[in-house]
Design a protein around this ligand. Structure first.
Ligand code: PAF
Length: 283
């Protein structure tokens, strides 16, 4: 596996691949890798000649009161994991390599960035869109792989690539879960043991929502209320949002139309750790 910290070195590696007509699959991450990331890597390996993984904790997507400093990091461990997984290239730039002092550009995907996580994390998706656009220019992949856990992020990047005519296909991979259902996330390690136990509630509440809809409930407000109540039953849970939205626009739904696709999405704080999860439901 090749490792690059400087954009210029990565660019010449990528040029070499392109000259040999190799297809590139790209998995952008913020590191502290888990099975969810590896599932993205495996899918990318299946569908491309070479796989590039980036590890970059992107300061632009964290608000001033968020966990940028606390975000777990262990580059040595991540490198070993990626080498074992047979990844071709790791791009792990320093902050100043991507954002020199003169940096001032921001990319914004307006409507999709506003609801759900956008409400409590203003500026977050602009930070994501900006860094992903930069990474796409540097890695120049044919396909980029993202996890469904960050469904809104997937929709934002899908829109970004379509709006800006980027020659890349955006692929979404299913959520990978711990044995008790908690969606895998680098942030899970920051949970204290009691909170970790209670955190199962996110998936359990989402499953209940799914059964409620399958059972014939069509009033979105009632479903949403039930979702919120299920989450609040967990000790120490502070619900940021619990919503039922249209899976394409991410706007709230009122009546659940037969055949439509909706997303039940939740964000819950346990102490300082904010967890998200979601379920796609065909009504
Ligand atoms: O999902 C993440 O880890 C990040 O938001 C991403 C896509 C790597 C951009 O920083």
């Amino acid at each position: 596996m090749r490792k690059f910290c400087k954009p210029k070195a990565l660019e010449s590696f990528v040029r070499g691949l392109k000259a040999r007509r190799k297809t590139i699959g790209f998995v952008p991450t913020m590191g502290f890798l888990h099975e969810g990331h590896l599932a993205l890597v495996r899918r990318a390996q299946k569908e491309n000649d070479a796989v590039v993984v980036s590890i970059f904790v992107n300061p632009l997507q964290f608000g001033p009161k968020e966990d940028y400093r606390r975000y777990p990091r262990d580059l040595r461990r991540d490198e070993a994991i990626l080498r074992k997984a047979g990844v071709d290239c790791l791009f792990a730039p320093e902050v100043k390599a991507l954002y020199p002092g003169s940096f001032q550009t921001e990319v914004r995907v307006r409507r999709l960035s506003t609801p759900l996580c956008g409400k409590s994390r203003p500026g977050h998706f602009a930070g994501v869109a900006t860094v992903v656009l930069k990474l796409l220019h540097l890695v120049a992949p044919g396909r980029i792989y993202l996890g469904q856990k960050d469904y809104q992020q997937f929709k934002v990047i899908e829109r970004l690539t379509a709006d800006l005519n980027l020659p890349v296909k955006v692929r979404m991979c299913p959520i990978i879960r711990e044995s008790d259902g908690l969606a895998m996330s680098s942030r899970n390690v920051t949970l204290e043991a009691p909170a970790r136990r209670e955190a199962r509630v996110l998936y359990q509440a989402l499953l209940k929502t799914g059964s409620l809809i399958r059972g014939g409930e069509r009033d979105a407000r009632r479903v949403q209320k039930a979702l919120e109540t299920a989450l609040k039953a967990a000790h120490g849970a502070r619900v940021d949002y619990a919503e039922l939205v249209d899976a394409e626009t991410l706007l709230p739904v009122v009546k659940l139309r037969q055949g439509s696709r909706v997303l039940a999405a939740v964000a819950v704080y346990f102490d300082k750790t904010r967890l998200i999860d979601n379920l796609l439901i065909r009504v």
